[in-house]
Design a binder for this molecule. Structure first.
Ligand code: SAM
Length: 233
């Protein structure tokens, strides 16, 4: 069992378990006092811990020793337009598994979702990190409007602008130094004005992911997989 804890971890600490954590450990996973588990905080690596007190509404665990240091993913961001709830959850989960360092939901011209439940999406990133053995949890930011995001963009970070209208046949991953951010549009794609603006930015590189139109969640997974393969971390 691997559990994310918010409190920064260190040797010989006793940490309280939240109601949800206690329910998961003692109710769902049938653990009890004395059982061991791995905990990580996203900052100080992974630690071996032992459950001390077990109760329905809470409990405590004792942090014993470090098992792994923090391993940061490559400095790669995912920016995506939120789509239907389940598919948005899927994108966040897969982005965390595939090592995105930051996840930015973006409101574009054709994005239907006017708001997101950031806490819920962050919880999906935590669950994905618990499940995939990561020691880092990417931050899911608040929803940002694309024009404002581009206005305040630091051009040192290049944008892999995934667009089905981009010419296919060119190498998928642009051959330019990073860091990079992947940008994925909504089900309705990007508007002409957005395309024009992005194509005019020297730090944005239009990229085709092949001759077929992918769903936004497929496109996000495909783009991040390519980066994972290229960056190897
Ligand atoms: N509405 C568009 C259409 O029907 O022509 C399709 C949008 S697609 C469902 C959602 C997003 O996935 C796009 O905005 C783009 O970012 C990405 N995407 C889908 N297929 C792609 C491809 N072949 N190459 C690059 N990006 C793609």
């Amino acid at each position: 069992i691997r559990l994310y804890v918010e409190h920064p971890l260190g040797e010989a600490q006793t940490l309280p378990l939240s109601r949800e954590q206690a329910h998961y450990l003692f109710g769902v996973m049938r653990q009890g006092a004395g059982d061991h588990l791995l905990v990580f905080d996203g900052k100080c690596g992974e630690w071996l811990a032992q459950l001390e007190q077990a109760g329905k509404r809470g409990g405590t665990l004792r942090v014993l020793e470090q098992t792994r240091p923090l391993r940061m993913p490559p400095d790669l961001w995912l920016m995506f337009a939120p789509i239907k709830k389940a598919r948005t959850d899927f994108i966040v989960e897969k982005a965390a598994e595939l090592g995105a360092a930051r996840i930015i939901p973006v409101q574009t011209a054709f994005t239907n979702a006017g708001r997101i439940q950031r806490d819920r999406l962050q919880a999906h990133a935590v669950e994905a990190a618990e499940q995939c053995g990561g020691t880092f949890v990417p931050e899911v930011t608040d929803l940002q409007k694309l024009p404002a995001l581009l206005d305040g963009w630091n051009a040192d970070r290049r944008i892999m602008f995934c667009d089905e209208a981009a010419p296919s046949g060119a190498p998928v991953l642009p051959d330019a130094p990073g860091p990079w951010a992947v940008l994925i549009g909504p089900e309705g794609g990007f508007s002409d004005a957005e395309r024009q603006r992005l194509r005019g930015l020297s730090h944005a590189h239009p990229v085709s992911l092949g001759p077929r139109i992918l769903r936004a969640d497929t496109a996000a997974v495909a783009a991040l997989t390519l980066w994972q393969q290229a960056l190897g971390d």
